[in-house]
Design a protein around this ligand. Structure first.
Ligand code: 5GP
Ligand code: ZN
Length: 102
């Protein structure tokens, strides 16, 4: 998607350190962290939100990625958060799961 921050980060158009990636998703540190470690797990395919998913096997891939990321980052205790829709606080309209760890 041309005008999407996360797609631009994945393509390299916007420089950002990608801390993890696999066939389905990638992860970056949140630019405005709300916890000591605040990581965003993002599917490589541009899907706006949970409301637009058709194949929910993607979600299991994302949670598998979370397990890998947490092992890599030494995170054992964490919260996950998915905001869906602007009125629920979704600012970037490309699906992502927040990992928040203190
Ligand atoms: P949302 O509110 O959509 O669930 O979460 C979007 C998150 O993306 C926010 O926590 C915000 O700080 C983060 N964010 C927005 N733009 C950028 C960016 O350009 N780089 C990074 N690393 N994070 C971003
Ligand atoms: Zn996108």
């Amino acid at each position: 998607m041309t005008n999407c921050i996360f797609c631009k980060i994945l393509s390299g158009e916007i420089p950002s350190k990608i801390i993890y990636q696999d066939d389905y998703c990638f992860a970056i540190n949140d630019i405005n962290p709300k916890a000591k470690k605040h990581i965003l797990v993002i599917p490589k395919e541009h899907i706006e939100s949970l409301n637009e998913i058709n194949d929910f096997s993607l979600m299991s891939k994302m949670f598998e990625a979370i397990k890998n990321i947490n092992k890599q980052e030494n995170i054992n205790h964490f919260k996950t958060q998915i905001n869906t829709g602007s009125q629920a606080g979704q600012e970037v309209m490309h699906l992502h799961i927040h990992i928040l760890a203190n």
